[in-house]
Design a protein around this ligand. Structure first.
Ligand code: SAM
Length: 269
């Protein structure tokens, strides 16, 4: 019998052939599964939605992280909201000037499971410069007195406890905790499936930041394969980004950075 994982989201589905279910549990927040697939290696699944595959995770993590990190003139303090697999933190630590990273993940079990099944993705979670907090990222940004150079939101889809990570109140708090050159960036889903959500987030960023942009990456295992990120920057236009050859990447490049920013949702207007 063949086993297929169907990642269903708002009228569209993406299917992966599963060879083996390696792990399945219900945490206090969500159903967590790790499956071995035919084409994409091991895959992390939360509440039925694919979070990462071994084969294409770099396409997502590198693009989420390096576009905002290279937009900031000198990112030393970075906040990651969500990101329990550790892939975003791994990319952040490639930047030599980073001194401190705070990661706020609501579900400790995601981190535990990723440490066990995805050591190459989660390895940077042991870096001594990382403070790992298990709480709601919305509450954290509302209450923290600390300020950051870059805030990255590596969240699940905009439902349940992740819904408020896409709200105006959340971005108001993010703006408040960013320093004067601050940059924030959120994953904002597939533009053909969630164009209206992206439009809302872009409006929030436009009201707050001097510069905002929408950019894209190809992530084959996510529904539709095309993914977006919404970036706000207080002082630097994302087209005037830094280069640093010490940061080794497989997917991100300066040429790609230039090519993907200022993406337009022309079909939504
Ligand atoms: N790359 C993935 C994607 O776009 O599908 C996201 C991966 S990462 C595993 C997402 C994490 O966000 C999950 O572990 C989830 O528990 C966490 N998360 C969701 N809502 C959150 C919240 N309000 N505060 C903190 N973490 C949250």
């Amino acid at each position: 019998m063949e086993l297929w994982l169907n990642d269903r989201i708002e009228g569209q589905t993406s299917s992966l052939k599963v060879l083996k279910v390696l792990h399945l549990e219900r945490s206090d927040y969500q159903e967590i599964a790790v499956v071995l697939t035919e084409n994409h290696g091991k895959v992390l699944v939360l509440n039925g939605a694919v979070q990462l595959s071994e084969k294409d995770e770099a396409f997502y993590h590198e693009m989420l992280v390096h576009v905002p990190m290279f937009t900031h003139p000198s990112p030393k303090k970075v906040l990651v909201i969500g990101g329990g697999d550790g892939g975003a933190v791994r990319e952040v630590f490639k930047h030599p000037q980073v001194e401190r990273v705070v990661m706020v993940e609501i579900d400790k079990r995601v981190v535990d499971v990723c440490r066990e099944f995805f050591p190459e993705v989660s390895s940077a979670l042991s870096d001594p410069r990382l403070e790992l907090l298990f709480e709601d990222g919305v509450k954290f940004v509302r209450e923290t007195k600390e300020s950051f150079d870059v805030v990255l939101v590596d969240s699940t889809d905009p439902y349940d406890f992740a819904e408020q990570l896409f709200s105006k109140e959340f971005f108001d708090s993010v703006y408040r905790i960013l320093g004067s050159d601050g940059v924030c960036c959120s994953q904002t889903e597939n533009p053909f499936i969630m164009g209206k959500l992206i439009g809302r987030v872009q409006n929030y960023l436009g009201e707050l930041f001097k510069f905002k942009t929408l950019y894209w990456a190809v992530v084959p295992t996510y529904p539709g394969g095309l993914w977006t990120f919404s970036l706000g920057s207080k002082s630097v236009d994302p087209i005037n980004f830094r280069r640093d050859s010490r940061v080794k990447t497989r997917v991100y490049s300066p040429d790609l950075h230039r090519a993907v920013i200022n993406f337009s949702l022309f079909w939504e207007v």
